[in-house]
Structures are given as structure tokens and as C-alpha cells.
Design a protein. Structure first.
Length: 378
């Protein structure tokens, strides 16, 4: 007679407490025995919307912990020790990811890593020791404690201030992506960030220059000839600083009588083909050797940001314009000239058209046409 193997069962349970809250625990049935594991997570009486939202997040954390426990127990049954996670330190993987990055992206990742080290001093912490509660703790640290300009020993004239909502969103996104890499590499079997509430990234205002402002800026002496060429080239092509600064002459090619650049986009790592108009071609200057930079002498990005802002101010344009605003200028100009959103998305190299639609809000001709329909009443 065959004996049936008992199923592994892990249930998420609640137990009322004297203070009105409910304690969450795991009810584990294994080999005919029942064991309770308390999670130290509690549900509060739902008197407000905030209470309901808090309980939803708590339940998501508890469910992630239950799923992790199931995987651990099943691994033992099949003779598989889920020890790979125990042998990999979180900071080792994060440093490996940072080392693969370049430019401003690398700087942003370093900032994130600095905040992680401010939150968790133990650099020996392994993935096996990380729980959803620890992940939640880092999120709370970013939300309530983390300060800008307060993650290194450099002396600055500005006082540390709380992180902006956009920075919180960016830092937590990078932090969570470390676990995504760990999942892909088989380091962990359950992602502790699963169901974790992300920060809502605010929709920032995208400053840009009008055609008339571009003409005024063209007549205004620039900080350097190289910076002026690069800035206007970005206005005419939508290229980011990271792609312009690394552009080589070997990437500038002729195809059917049209000059185009064939390059790997720094941010997305996608291969792009971008045709240039005659004005952009003029800004390239005289062709050099294939391994030479097209725009030599640009210097660091931070310096370019400061120089462009001062240049725009000297032209009498009362806008906060940085180098990246040249990309915004290109996008808005294309839409105003009638280019459809799909084509613009391809020109900008966006992975998702939703990213491009942000520019459509800046220049929504339908809204303008609609309000113009109102007859004169005053």
C-alpha cells in the first residue's frame, strides 16, 4: 500500500490582541506537526483611509514572507539547499552593478549605495538575512531620514535637506533592481520587494526654449565654441549629453545621400539610427579620424550645466535651462511642427511611448483650439 506524502502547508493567519490590533503569523503544517511563526507584523483597526492603506501594505509584506517560507520548506523536501543566497552579500552584488555603470548613471548608483550603507552598516549582510521588513526599513529611511548632501564627508555651504520625491523614487527603484538582478542570477528564489509600495515620482516641469529664444541664444556669446555646438546639436537631434560626449566620427556615416549617426544609446544600450538635417551636419564640423571625438573639449557635465544656465541668463531668457533642456526643446519643437508622437518616440529613442506623451502635455494644440472656441462674452 502506497503512503501519500503529506503536503507542505503554510497559511497566513491573524490573532486578535488586547489593544485592538491583530497579529499576523504563519501557521505551518509539516510532517503532521503544526508550528506557528509570528511575523511581528500587525493590522490596525481601519478607521481612516490611511489605516486601510497601511494594512494593505502590511498584508503584502506578510504574503511575501509566507511565499519565502514556502520556497524554503519545499527546497528542503527536494534535497535542494537554498544556500546560494546565504553565500552572497548584498553589498557585493550592488558594487558589481555599480562597476558596470558609466557617467551620470554611475554617480546616481553610487549615491544610492551610499544611502544603503548609511541605513545598514553591516556590509556582510547576506541575501538570506534580508526580509521584507528590512526592505520596508530602507524605504522608511529614504522617506523620513535620508538627507541630500549628507552621504559623504565633504564640507559644503548648503545644509542637508530631505530628499525630493523624485530622488526617493529613483533611489528606491535602483535599490529594488538589485533584487531583480539577484532573482535573474538565481541568488534568491523569492523577491522581498514583491508588493512593496514604490514612491510616486512627481511629474516635473520640462523647461524648453522656443524657436525665437533659440535664435536669441545663437546671437549671444557662448562660454565655449564646443559647448555651443553640442547644445544646438542636441536641440536639433534630441541627443542626450551622454551620447553626444562619446560620439566618434566612426559613428557618423553617409547613407543614400543622407548623413546619419549609428550609435548605441548610453541609457538604454539600444542601437539607434538617427538621420541628421543640414543644420545638424554643419555643427559636426570637419570630419576627423574615426576614433576621434566629434565634440572635443566639452569637459564634465556639471560644468556644462552651470555654463549653459549662465549663458541663457546672459541672453535675457528668464528660464532655468540646463544642457538636458536641449532635448526637451527638440521634442517640443517636433510636436509643434506636426510630427506624430510615435515618430517622435523613435527619434528620442524612448522604450515606451508613454514617456514621450509627457511632451504632448506641454504642447497640446487640441486644448488650445478648444478654448479658442469660446465666443466673446466680455
Amino acid at each position: 500500500m502506497k503512503t501519500m506524502k503529506k503536503k507542505e502547508m503554510v497559511y497566513l493567519r491573524r490573532r486578535p490582541r488586547s489593544n485592538g490590533t491583530e497579529a499576523l503569523y504563519l501557521d505551518i503544517c509539516r510532517d503532521g506537526k503544526r508550528v506557528n511563526e509570528y511575523l511581528r507584523l500587525y493590522l490596525v483597526p481601519e478607521k481612516t483611509r490611511a489605516d486601510k492603506a497601511r494594512n494593505r501594505e502590511t498584508l503584502k509584506l506578510a504574503e511575501a514572507m509566507r511565499a519565502k517560507r514556502v520556497v524554503e520548506l519545499q527546497s528542503r523536501d527536494f534535497g535542494v539547499e537554498a544556500k546560494v543566497s546565504g553565500e552572497v552579500r548584498f553589498m557585493d552584488l550592488m558594487r558589481r552593478i555599480v562597476d558596470r555603470k558609466e557617467g551620470t548613471t554611475k554617480a546616481s548608483w553610487k549615491n544610492c549605495m551610499a544611502h544603503v550603507l548609511r541605513y545598514e552598516r553591516n556590509e556582510e549582510l547576506t541575501f538570506a538575512e534580508i526580509t521584507p521588513r528590512w526592505v520596508r526599513g530602507f524605504r522608511d529611511y529614504l522617506d523620513r531620514q535620508a538627507k541630500a548632501w549628507d552621504i559623504d564627508g565633504r564640507k559644503r555651504k548648503v545644509s542637508p535637506k530631505p530628499l525630493s520625491e523624485g530622488t526617493k523614487a529613483l533611489m528606491f527603484q535602483k535599490f529594488c533592481s538589485v533584487f531583480n538582478v539577484a532573482m535573474r542570477e538565481g541568488i534568491i528564489q523569492v523577491n522581498p520587494t514583491l508588493g512593496m509600495e514604490r514612491f510616486k515620482e512627481p511629474e516635473s516641469e520640462r523647461e524648453f526654449l522656443t524657436l525665437e529664444e533659440l535664435r536669441v541664444l545663437r546671437r549671444t556669446p557662448a562660454p565655449s565654441e564646443a559647448l555651443a555646438r553640442a547644445f544646438f546639436f542636441s536641440c536639433l537631434t534630441g541627443l542626450r549629453w551622454s551620447d553626444i560626449v562619446k560620439l566618434r566620427w566612426s559613428e557618423v556615416r553617409e547613407f543614400n545621400g543622407v548623413t546619419r549617426i549609428v550609435f548605441t544609446q548610453q541609457k538604454t544600450r539600444n542601437l539607434e539610427y538617427l538621420d541628421l538635417n543640414s543644420q545638424a551636419v554643419e555643427l559636426l564640423g570637419e570630419r576627423k579620424r574615426g576614433d576621434e571625438e566629434v565634440f572635443k573639449g566639452l569637459g564634465p557635465l556639471q560644468s556644462a550645466r552651470i555654463s549653459v544656465t549662465a549663458w541663457v541668463r546672459s541672453a535675457g531668457i528668464d528660464k532655468h535651462i540646463t544642457f538636458h533642456c536641449a532635448r526637451h526643446t527638440f521634442a517640443v519643437m517636433m510636436l509643434s511642427l506636426g510630427v506624430d508622437i510615435y515618430t517622435l518616440s523613435k527619434l528620442l529613442g524612448h522604450k515606451s511611448i508613454e514617456t514621450t506623451q509627457i511632451y504632448a502635455k506641454i504642447l497640446d494644440k487640441n486644448k488650445k483650439a478648444a478654448v479658442e472656441l469660446i465666443p466673446r462674452i466680455l
